[in-house]
Design a protein around this ligand. Structure first.
Ligand SMILES: [Zn+2]
Length: 133
């Protein structure tokens, strides 16, 4: 474990202190930044993070997040009950169940994220007709 992140970051040429700037896709930059302090993913860590996510799903914070009823990725409006909790940086890559790493996603996006490799997922995102805030 741990090789994946390096692979993704390889070719980015990001030296220490240097920021990757992609203004129109700032969420991806955040994702990449988060991936830079990824610890070794141990299975028990993932289990723990999953249970934290389950707890957060019951929280008022999450309910408010879903109340808007829009998918974080494609911005499609869906009923709050159909939004799923998605980790921006997947747990398998060392992502954590913290509020800054959790977004509400529609089922379609969530599924895509699961079966696409990171590069394909990025292509999917860039192909979406998204409006940046
Ligand atoms: Zn979506």
């Amino acid at each position: 474990m741990g090789g994946t992140v390096q692979e993704i970051l390889r070719g980015g040429g990001c030296e220490e202190g240097e920021k990757i700037v992609l203004p129109s896709r700032h969420h991806l930059v955040e994702t990449i930044e988060m991936m830079q302090f990824v610890p070794e993913g141990a299975e028990k860590d993932i289990k723990r993070e999953k249970s934290i996510a389950r707890e957060l799903r019951k929280s008022g914070w999450w309910k408010r997040k879903c109340a808007g009823g829009a998918c974080y990725y494609c911005r499609v409006k869906v009923p709050p009950g159909e939004l799923t909790m998605d980790h921006l940086v997947p747990l398998i890559r060392g992502g954590r169940s913290v509020k800054s790493n959790l977004v509400a996603a529609c089922k379609e996006c969530n599924n895509k994220k699961k079966y696409l490799i990171p590069l394909e997922w990025e292509e999917y995102l860039s192909g979406l007709d998204r409006e940046e805030p």
